[in-house]
Design a protein around this ligand. Structure first.
Ligand SMILES: [Mg+2]
Ligand SMILES: [Zn+2]
Length: 148
């Protein structure tokens, strides 16, 4: 991850997309409306019967901290409600809050360059371009069973 400005909503989207793939987990985005409770966390859901609340903050931004109200809501959810609660600045941190190994949701796949067919990349997403030939199309090669 590069240390550059990222909008909170893009972190929220990344966390949602990755957690949605975890079996036994339901996640929702809390929309701020006049009907809502001010300061409640950005995300909520259930993981194997346990309610969780996650406040999302921007990474690499010292100004992106919990407000007094958000901290109070976090205390309510975690101490009084005994929910799982944490502040996440990345999908990795959200997984850590829930006690789910981040590697567990990574599909066991790698990518083969469709141009030179001699460069492979291991990861959940294809690289933007092949460092060897500059080609932009990669073919996904499945290996082993995909988690969940
Ligand atoms: Mg937030
Ligand atoms: Zn290539």
């Amino acid at each position: 991850m590069r240390p550059r400005a990222q909008l909170e909503k893009s972190i929220v989207s990344q966390i949602m997309a990755k957690l949605k793939k975890v079996p036994g987990l339901v996640i929702r985005k809390r929309h701020g409306t006049v009907m809502g409770m001010a300061g409640d966390p950005d995300l909520y859901g259930s993981y194997r019967g346990r309610h969780f609340e996650i406040e999302v903050k921007r990474p690499f931004d010292s100004k992106s901290e919990l407000t007094t109200l958000q901290a109070e809501r976090g205390r309510e959810w975690s101490v009084e409600g005994q929910a799982i609660y944490g502040v996440a600045r990345s999908a990795e941190e959200a997984f850590a809050i829930l006690g789910i190994p981040y590697s567990a949701r990574q599909p066991e796949s790698y990518w083969l360059c469709g141009g030179c067919r001699g460069y492979t990349w291991r990861g959940s997403e294809a690289p933007a371009r092949c460092p060897r030939c500059g080609h932009r199309h990669f073919e996904e090669q499945k290996q082993g069973a995909q988690h969940g």
